[in-house]
Ligand binder design. Structure first.
Ligand SMILES: [Zn+2]
Length: 216
């Protein structure tokens, strides 16, 4: 039983590591982004969520917590879970504590220079949404999706100005969580110092640290 939060700036690889770690631990990865997308069709709460999102507003924390609580109560999360993309603020971290106890926070520490290089090299398929990276996850044919033949493009939020803004928001709102969880004594930090570290190598390091802490 282990309840994990993946913490780290955009481009640190939270989703990449979470999806590789989860099957090793036999627990699900829970992304609040995906939960909210799915909840748009929910008969009870969907209309409220669409109202916020379609007007460009963030869905309020209490609604996200309500959806998350429901998800954590499902059978597959009984033995633990990895939270990807939540909490992003101190207020969210405190709200989370009202619905569950977290065992460990995995803090991905990556220099800004590497984050910027990685994010600028991201490409997405227009048709199926598959994500590529020109540095280490290249399509077989330049500009074309391996899976569906769709055209690859650079998302607006992966362009230089947008990347700077995403990192600024991270430093302002999310980075304070590092101290918060450090003080609670439940944080492990995984440092990436080269751009081409294979995800498997980092996942092994995470597994090692979880074992050292007797969490698995
Ligand atoms: Zn595609």
């Amino acid at each position: 039983m282990v309840k994990i939060i993946m913490l780290g700036p955009p481009g640190a690889g939270k989703g990449t590591y979470a999806t590789r770690l989860a099957p090793k631990l036999g627990i699900p990865t829970i992304s609040t982004g995906e939960l909210l997308r799915a909840a748009r069709d929910d008969p009870e709460i969907g209309e409220t969520i669409r109202k916020y999102q379609d007007s460009g507003e963030l869905v309020p924390d209490e609604i996200v917590i309500q959806i998350l609580k429901k998800r954590l109560e499902q059978d597959d999360a009984k033995n633990g879970f990895i939270l990807d993309g939540f909490p992003r603020t101190l207020a969210q971290a405190k709200a989370l504590e009202t619905i569950t106890n977290i065992d460990v926070v995995i803090n991905l520490d990556v220099p800004e220079e590497i984050l910027i290089k990685r994010l600028s090299a991201r490409r997405q398929c227009k048709k199926c949404g598959a994500i590529y990276n020109l540095l280490y996850l290249k399509p077989k044919v330049d500009g074309i999706c391996d899976k569906c033949g769709g055209e690859l493009y650079q998302r607006d939020d992966d362009k230089p100005e947008a990347i700077k803004e995403r990192l600024r928001v991270y430093h302002e709102k999310t980075a304070p969580l590092i101290d918060y969880y450090k003080e609670k004594g439940i944080m492990i930090t995984i440092t990436t110092d080269r751009i081409d570290v294979p995800p498997e190598e980092q996942v092994e390091k995470i597994m090692q640290k979880l074992k050292e802490k007797n969490l698995i």
